[in-house]
Design a binder for this molecule. Structure first.
Ligand code: AMP
Length: 218
């Protein structure tokens, strides 16, 4: 199964992606994670996109699509055949580019799952989000703090606040999402692939809804 995961920043895409991977065995391809890795490694691409990302703006369709193509092709060559697209597509052009790319690789999108969350909950989640530098696990300073402040429960890694999790960048990211999401939703609706899931509650409550929406029980 190839699944597109849609939803605003803070909807819990990363958290739910981990569970989806565990349950359905897909490979998660997060363009945000791939870009952050490039920034951290200070590759030429990373240097090019660091400022745009920190300000919460979108990286160009060309750059992000080439990065995705490169990763997807490598994973297919390594025998993987079921993918979870997280953070891509972000706009209608990317949805069309993704379809072209998948057709050229003889695969396609089976479902587009949108996580729907109210604005005030998103703001609260994003402002307090902390991420482990080593394993990528996410925490929240109020709603899901680690046992020891600043330290990951799972691997002991250092927790940090993403450069784009500040109020100004969050505002930019949510505004971009609001502007781009409707055409994307209509695109997948017209293909009969869109499923909406309410993701206002905590992750453990949301995941069974996702599993049911995908025709499975937890
Ligand atoms: P995310 O981790 O999905 O919230 O993405 C973090 C940042 O990476 C975004 O705010 C963008 O700057 C960039 N980014 C991730 N995915 C895309 C994409 N599909 N198109 C353009 N920029 C992206």
């Amino acid at each position: 199964m190839n699944l597109v995961l849609l939803g605003p920043p803070g909807a819990g895409k990363g958290t739910q992606a981990v569970r989806l991977v565990q349950k359905f065995g897909m490979l998660q391809l997060s363009t945000g994670d791939l870009l952050r890795a490039a920034v951290k490694a200070q590759t030429p691409l990373g240097k090019q996109v660091a400022t745009v990302m920190a300000e919460g703006r979108l990286v160009s369709d060309d750059l992000v699509t080439s990065l995705l193509r490169e990763n997807l092709t490598a994973h297919l060559a390594a025998g993987r055949n079921s993918f979870l697209f997280d953070g891509y597509p972000r706009n209608l052009t990317q949805a069309q580019l993704l379809d072209e790319l998948l057709v050229s690789l003889n695969i396609g999108v089976d479902q587009a799952l949108r996580l729907v969350v109210s604005k005030d909950i998103l703001m609260q989640r994003l402002c307090g989000r902390r991420v482990c530098r080593s394993c990528g696990a996410t925490y929240h300073v109020l709603f899901g703090p680690p046992a020891k402040e600043g330290i990951c429960d799972k691997c002991g890694g250092e927790l940090y606040q993403r450069a784009d999790d500040n109020e100004e960048s969050i505002g930019n990211r949510l505004a971009i999402y609001d502007k781009e999401i409707q055409p994307l939703v209509e695109y997948y609706q017209a293909k009969g692939l869109l499923v909406d899931v309410n993701a206002d509650e905590e992750a453990d409550v949301v995941f069974p809804r996702i599993a049911r929406a995908l025709g499975s029980e937890v």
